[in-house]
Design a protein around this ligand. Structure first.
Ligand code: ADP
Ligand code: MG
Length: 246
């Protein structure tokens, strides 16, 4: 089943167009990775799906419901940022529980969800700490935990590993792949500029590119599995970006 459907999506910042004619579907349970040159609109597209930015035109459908006018907290999505965005004055437990209190879930249900997520992410021993007393990798796990407890239909990741050092990057990438396997039917949309992450994680890659002759405006260059893009690039741009054999 189709989990996310973007139709004729456009985005302008003031008079400046950034995204044009983005059409895209993400299936239930699919791991979809957005790649493309820096500044082409990957984060903007993710923020529009999350509801943190408005689309200038087009439809955003999540789980069969048009959500253009639905608040972020009511979209059944959870977003993990590169910068973690944890509350420094709250403990790990409070950081993970905060969004659930907002949803007015019963206290016992909140505690159960937080403890379960903490266990799965090896955070149980750190629940009473504040973010300042955690390493970068631990902070990112808390940010992922905070998303998991909401049990969203869709996870949105914006370059979640780019602040981690190389070995932690690999470890956390493996964790995210495991998470995706465990959370049956949960879709992931993952933005990265790292080819290895894209090739290893993706069921489907969406490559964005600047439109020819329209400086600054981007759209979808090609959608396909990692192997499809690698072996059957739609054009020179895709081949060059992916590094396909000539
Ligand atoms: P990416 O994540 O692919 O690097 P972004 O989505 O961050 O790209 O940015 C796409 C384009 O939109 C860039 O040209 C950027 O400068 C512009 N942009 C992003 N956010 C804003 C904003 N809030 N106001 C104006 N321009 C923006
Ligand atoms: Mg970005």
């Amino acid at each position: 089943m189709c989990q996310i459907q973007l139709t004729q999506l456009q985005k302008r910042f003031g008079a400046t167009p950034v995204l044009a004619d983005v059409n895209l579907t993400v299936e239930e349970g699919e791991f979809c990775v957005f790649i493309g040159p820096s500044g082409c609109g990957k984060s903007t597209l993710l923020r529009i799906i999350a509801g943190l930015d408005d689309a200038s035109a087009g439809d955003i459908v999540i789980g069969g419901r048009r959500v253009n006018d639905v608040a972020p907290a009511r979209r059944d999505v959870a977003m993990v940022f590169q910068s973690y965005a944890l509350y420094p004055h709250m403990t790990v437990y409070e950081n993970m529980a905060f969004g659930l209190r907002h949803l007015k879930l019963p206290a016992a249900e909140i505690e159960q969800r937080v403890r379960r997520a903490a266990e799965s992410l090896h955070l149980t021993a750190l629940l009473d700490r504040k973010p300042g007393a955690l390493s970068g990798g631990q902070r990112q796990r808390v940010a992922i935990g905070r998303a998991i407890v909401r049990k969203p239909k869709v996870f949105l990741f914006d370059e979640p590993l780019s602040n981690l050092d190389a070995s932690l990057r690999v470890k956390t990438r493996v964790e995210i792949a495991r998470l995706h396997r465990e959370l049956n039917n949960t879709s992931m949309i993952y933005v990265t500029h790292d080819q290895v992450e894209a090739m290893t994680l993706a069921d489907k890659i969406v490559l964005l590119r600047p439109l020819e002759g329209k400086s600054g405006v981007a759209s979808v260059a090609q959608v396909g599995s990692p192997l499809e893009l690698y072996h059957h690039p739609a054009n020179q741009f895709v081949a060059g970006f992916i590094g396909s054999p000539a």
